[in-house]
Design a protein around this ligand. Structure first.
Ligand code: HEC
Length: 234
């Protein structure tokens, strides 16, 4: 009996040992593959990051080039505008001010830049709102993109009420070669409560009264502004 039992045990050991070894090998292999997969993923992530930053650089450069080209193109008319500043278009010229908000004689909101370069609070706020809600499509500083028009021009060319209407209700051009969609922002308080801010900022960009980038000097937020903002945001 004993020898038989022993040899059975031995046989069992003999049979299971290779299985255990094989299982171990499989685990090791799986672990190796996992490690490799992780490595590949890290590499892919790094590549994606690199591609993203290249894309951003390329986009920024393209925007810069376009802006320079545009600036050169616009050189002459701009000088003209500067010379005739006293009779700036009616939708720009400040007729009166109310609690830090500036209006034309037609009661249309407009920007104001003081002699020392300080801009009104609405325009400054518009700079921030524009860059959080609009610039992904319309490009930085209202300069436009391949996808959406340069709003710094639209704000000058479009009637205030049309401008507000497009933002509130959106607009679509669906054609054979283009499919361009301006979303409706009518239910988005982060846009609707700051329509005039965005509008006056873009007008100031249109006349270049405010340059590209973050405006350095601004008026203080008025009490009325804070009250309106609170009421609008709810
Ligand atoms: C998802 C991309 C996208 C976003 C975000 C976006 N727009 Fe637009 N917008 C467009 C496109 C595309 C058009 C052109 C629509 C067309 O072809 O009719 C457009 C058109 C406009 C126009 C009409 C311009 C003109 O000259 O006719 C105005 C005004 C406008 N957008 C304002 C805004 C404002 C303000 C914001 C931010 C609150 C904004 N848009 C955010 C894509 C966008």
């Amino acid at each position: 009996m004993k020898p038989l039992f022993l040899s059975a045990a031995a046989a069992l050991m003999f049979a299971t040992a290779p299985l255990a070894v094989m299982a171990n090998e499989t685990i090791t292999k799986a672990e190796e593959m996992l490690a490799k997969a992780k490595e590949m993923r890290a590499e892919a992530d790094a590549l994606a990051e690199k591609a993203q930053s290249m894309l951003e650089t390329a986009k920024a450069e393209a925007a810069e080039t376009a802006a320079t080209a545009k600036a050169e193109e616009n050189d002459e008319p701009k000088e003209e505008t500067a010379e005739t500043e006293s009779d700036a278009p009616d939708n720009i010229k400040v007729a009166y001010e109310e609690d830090g908000k500036y209006f034309t004689e037609d009661d249309i909101p407009t920007y104001n830049v003081a002699d020392d370069g300080t801009i009104d609070w609405y325009s400054f706020s518009g700079f921030r709102r524009y860059h959080s809600e609009c610039h992904v499509c319309h490009g930085p500083d209202g300069e436009g993109s391949t996808y959406a028009p340069a709003l710094k021009n639209s704000a000058l060319e479009m009637d205030y009420y049309d401008f507000v209407d497009v933002i509130t209700n959106g607009r679509k051009h669906v054609g054979a070669s283009e499919n361009s969609v301006m979303p409706a922002f009518g239910t988005n308080n982060n846009v609707m409560c700051y329509l005039d801010d965005i509008y006056v900022y873009l007008k100031a960009r249109g006349t270049e009264a405010v340059g590209r980038g973050r405006p350095p000097k601004k008026e203080k937020k008025s009490k009325a502004y804070v009250e309106n903002e609170d009421a609008c945001m709810g």
